[in-house]
Design a protein around this ligand. Structure first.
Ligand SMILES: C[S@@+](CC[C@H](N)C(=O)[O-])C[C@H]1O[C@@H](n2cnc3c(N)ncnc32)[C@H](O)[C@@H]1O
Length: 267
């Protein structure tokens, strides 16, 4: 396994191919729970001024750009995948949000925006793990205003190490000892995995003061796949699982077992 990020060309082609199916995750029980927990925390850090400008970095099909625009924020949704942006555009037009969400094709490792343009930067569901983490974070910090906040999520190291132990114990051991940092993940050949302290260090090294880390997909990843993927489920089941995942997301003793590590900080 090469210890370097995936090429930009390969990222484009993976997400172009996935784009028409990407939103089906949000309809599954696992997607609903992930979205609920994320929003419950994310909303606490959003700017008070609802006219603020937000960068949705690697924003894909607009999962977060749309609800942010509905709250009144101005959003620039950027992504490297044309396919993902096309899906986002359809939804923006359908929901009549074109005056608030602008779409732009960008590479997060080399953004075209000027310094300190955005009041808030969102980089949810993995772009920092998928691309060159250091380059992406340094760019996100550059375009964020002083005292502006950032929210991001990455792939957790330890849940992947445990899954890997069944297939390749030697590789799993290297992941646990932090001798290995990249692993195939959901169609990506090499995704960067992080322990909570590796993620915290990345942010601090880049001049972002960490406010808090959260865990997501601690409970849901432990359930059988057919339950995670259910699309027809009782609302009571959803709310029980969502509240349990929410409680675990703030429990420091299980943070390292989260498949998605979520972090918020201030420049
Ligand atoms: C798993 S999707 C998440 C999309 C969205 N943030 C969400 O939460 O639904 C990851 C996205 O990151 C984008 N991405 C990865 N590396 C990128 C880069 N270097 N520049 C721009 N976008 C990138 C991909 O194209 C993809 O749309």
């Amino acid at each position: 396994m090469q210890e370097e990020p995936e090429s930009i060309e390969r990222i484009k082609s993976v997400f172009d191919e996935l784009s028409s199916r990407f939103d089906s995750f949000a309809e599954m029980l696992q997607g609903r729970v992930y979205g609920y927990v994320t929003w419950e925390h994310l909303k606490k850090y959003l700017p008070e001024d609802e006219n603020s400008l937000i960068l949705d970095a690697g924003g894909g099909t607009g999962k977060w750009a749309l609800p942010l625009a509905k709250r009144g924020y101005r959003v620039i949704l950027c992504d490297i995948s044309k396919g993902m942006l096309e899906q986002a555009e359809k939804k923006i037009i359908k929901e009549n949000l074109s005056d608030r969400v602008k779409i732009q094709e960008e590479n997060l490792t080399n953004l075209s925006f000027p310094h300190e343009m955005f009041d808030f930067v969102l980089c949810e569901d993995g772009p920092i793990s998928i691309s060159d983490s250091q380059k992406v974070l340094s760019e996100l910090r550059r375009v964020l205003k002083k005292e502006g906040k950032i929210w991001a999520s990455v792939i957790g190291r330890y849940p992947l190490a445990l899954t890997e132990a069944e297939k390749d114990p030697e590789q799993a051991y290297k992941l646990c000892k932090r001798e290995l940092h990249y692993l195939p993940y959901k169609g990506i050949e090499r995704a960067r995995v992080f322990s909570p302290d590796e993620l915290q260090n990345l942010f601090e090294r880049n001049g972002i003061e960490v406010i808090k880390l959260y865990g997501n997909r601690i409970l849901m990843r432990s359930l059988p796949e057919q339950i995670q993927a259910m699309t027809d489920f009782d609302e009571r089941l959803f709310s029980d699982l969502a509240e349990m995942e929410l409680a675990l997301s703030e429990e420091p003793s299980v943070l390292g077992m989260a498949e998605y590590l979520q972090i918020t900080g201030e420049k």
